[in-house]
Design a protein around this ligand. Structure first.
Ligand SMILES: Cc1ncc(COP(=O)(O)O)c(C=O)c1O
Length: 372
């Protein structure tokens, strides 16, 4: 199947700089104490989550016959591109409004030619992933579990690996204040380990984390600071998000240090408290509703919120809140994904948000009702 991604709906260069960012910013106090558990020693640090998917998909490829992977119809292209690069045939399974998957339909898609399944814990929530693991495993498929949004639960899960799952991946900079980073846990360790970059690149990375090039660029009024880090590392790629060179490089060393200095229980507790505060504040919103009004034991990445009016996304961005949305989904015929492409927005709830920030988000969403 030829994969065609939908175009971007709203271009972020048209929005003012965010006052409330989707992910936490770095401060030197983030590396005060080394806490880290042994669990992480069993994982490989990768350049990012998509590279972790790429390494897993490469290691787990069948050498005889074709490789066919089932992917969720609701996704960001970064999750799909590694498979396309490796020459997998991809098929998309539809999602339901709560992002769970219809088990009967999924089972019917587990045909004999399917070799792999990628299962996602969207936004750090479990949906019915356990059921999908059971079905995929019973059908003899290779399972890759995508916990890109669930670093904190990923780490606690590494200590009790599920032998049915061949590889689990997560993304570090979605949760922690780093500029790169992914983690890969494979039941059978990958044959090749990603390597750290040279010290010059490392220093450039540290400077970028500390926002030094961005400040210099602002002073010089140069264009688009975010490109400076990657310009000389960049290699031509047919893909918008995935760079094959990332498969061989580990995260920055300082990313690892930030992971090892992060006190996960505190971060989890703060994110959960922020999430609950937002849910309470948004209960009266008429512009839309929280996809998951309650949380069980998970650490949320963001608060998924379904808008009634898709243009409210722009309104929130104009209020300088870095709300995210997956717009570039592949054409799959899944009606929920098509609807969510413009309406499901991700509200920040990260652990560095202050009560004033949460109130600002709540007020901005409540005010969407007054369009005048
Ligand atoms: C579900 C999911 N998987 C994988 C990825 C890739 O992670 P990264 O951005 O760290 O490459 C993303 C990124 O948006 C994602 O949302």
């Amino acid at each position: 199947m030829d994969v065609k991604f939908a175009p971007v709906i709203a271009n972020s260069i048209n929005f003012p700089e965010a006052r409330i960012r989707a992910t936490p910013g770095f401060s030197l106090t983030d590396i005060r104490t080394l806490w880290q558990s042994d669990a992480l020693k069993q994982c490989n640090y990768t350049r990012n989550g998509r590279a972790a998917i790429g390494i897993a998909a490469q290691q787990l490829m069948q050498t005889q016959g074709s490789n066919v992977v089932l992917l969720p119809a609701y996704h960001c292209p970064a999750l799909v591109e590694p498979f396309l690069w490796l020459g997998y045939q991809v098929r998309f399974y539809p999602v339901q409004p709560d992002l769970s998957v219809d088990a009967n339909l999924f089972q019917r898609m587990l045909t004999a030619d399917v070799t792999h399944c990628l299962l996602v814990r969207f936004f750090g929530f479990k949906q019915n992933i356990e059921q999908l693991i059971t079905l995929s495993s019973a059908a003899g498929k290779v399972i890759i579990e995508d916990c890109a949004h669930g670093l904190l639960d990923f780490v606690s899960g590494v200590q009790q690996p599920d032998p049915r799952v061949a590889a689990r991946i997560c993304s570090i900079n979605k949760i922690l204040p780093t500029i790169d980073g992914g983690l890969l846990y494979m039941y059978a360790q990958p044959a090749q380990q990603p390597q750290h970059c040279g010290w010059y690149e490392e220093l450039k990375g540290v400077a970028f984390l500390l926002k030094i090039p961005q400040l210099l660029q602002r002073v010089r009024k140069r264009r688009n600071a975010t490109n400076t880090l990657t310009q000389d590392q960049a290699q031509p790629s047919a893909f918008k998000y995935f760079r094959p060179a990332d498969l061989t490089s580990a995260s920055f060393r300082h990313t690892k240090l930030i992971v090892q200095s992060s006190h996960f229980p505190d971060i989890k507790a703060k994110r959960r408290a922020n999430y609950r505060y937002l849910v309470r504040g948004l209960a009266a919103a008429t512009a839309g509703s929280c996809l998951y009004p309650t949380i069980s034991d998970e650490a949320p990445y963001v608060l998924p919120f379904v808008l009634r009016d898709e243009n409210d996304f722009q309104r929130l961005r104009m209020q300088r809140i870095q709300v995210l949305r997956w717009e570039e989904i592949a054409d799959s015929g899944c009606v929920v994904s098509e609807r969510y492409r413009s309406r499901l927005v991700q509200l920040p709830c990260h652990h560095k948000l202050k009560q004033a920030d949460l109130d600002y988000i709540i007020n901005a969403v409540l005010k969407l009702a007054d369009k005048g």
